[in-house]
Design a protein around this ligand. Sequence first.
Ligand SMILES: *Cc1c(COP(=O)(O)O)cnc(C)c1O
Length: 395
Amino acid sequence: MTPTEVAEEFLPFARPDITEDEVEAVTTALRSGWITTGPSAAAFEREFADFLGPDLHAVAVNSATAGLHLALEALGIGPGDEVLVPTWTFTATAEVVRYLGATPVLVDVEPGSLNLDFEAAARAVTPRTRAIIPVHFSGLPVSRTTLADFAAAHDLRVVEDAAHAFPVYSESRLVGDSASDAVIFSFYSTKTITTGEGGMLVTSRPELAKRARTMRLHGISRDVFDRYTSTKPSWHYEVVAPGFKYNLTDLAAAMGRVQLRRAREMASARKSIADRYNYGLAGLPLTLPQGPVEANGHAWHVYSIRLGSDAPISRDGFIEALVERGVGTSVHFIPLHLHPYWRDTYHLAPEHFPVATEAFGRVVSLPIFSSMTDHDVQRVIAATREVLLGTAGAQ
Ligand SMILES: *Cc1c(COP(=O)(O)O)cnc(C)c1O
């Protein structure tokens, strides 16, 4: 073996981008004597809301799943109600509807963006439909105009699942600054900014924010922080509803504040990786991910290719071949209608969702994370070219 043939470290599909600044912020929080929800969480909420736009309320929670649940709860979604959800998503988007005893109605997606197909959604509307949860898949925003028009036409509440969409422009405004009832972001470890686990509910409706704040902490009418610092008797609080335990710790928030400051820089790193993939993978038997249209952006949380019918290898074979070359991948998503729980509970068949079913057989998510080096990107391109062309080819 020559030195250049020494096996390289396995390149994971995703890796959090953590600097000494995050380490220092969390260490400071650890030493401060206050580690649960407190001043850092409050500051993170203010800074996050200000980042997105004016007059917004941000409610920090311990996951996006919790945020989705709180938003639907605040909107009064319950038994007998139907909520439209794209089948092309993570199970969290639909499971929160079940938490409240309502019915998620799965909808097929558009072939290019793999975002919710509004025509299919219109066909799925019934007199019981109360809300819609669009997902900005991979970080490519759903059209805010189409969404608002659709909701108005069918008198629906809107909760955006923006787990992939921070930060990204949609029609020249950031996703999160919208007419929707609530927009939910995720800070899970693979997402574009992370707190390990965490999420944020953003809304322009003060009463919705108030309800979410109450319900994220046991239905107590004041935050724990207030409980210990307000001038009212420190022992006094009132339970006004059977709430949940969804608050974000100050340890996580301290990390989130640093990640938020770095969000634009990390987003531009993802964008340049996507640009290099688009260039380096052109001409192969695969479909590149759909790019943004004018006035929109792409957060590039996921870089999802689809193998062509002329590819010399199956999707599963391609994933194996990349593992052999030291490159990790993932699949976004296994559509919900193919999972046993959703399939069997709602009697769903693959042919009810032709676009998602077809896309599922061909999609692969390549590694994309902001601390990827040029060399990492080159390795992925070379491995992909080698597997699909039988040669590393010119680069
Ligand atoms: C990651 C993800 C979620 C859940 O986020 P958590 O913070 O882990 O609860 C929800 N929806 C989509 C589309 C996701 O990718």
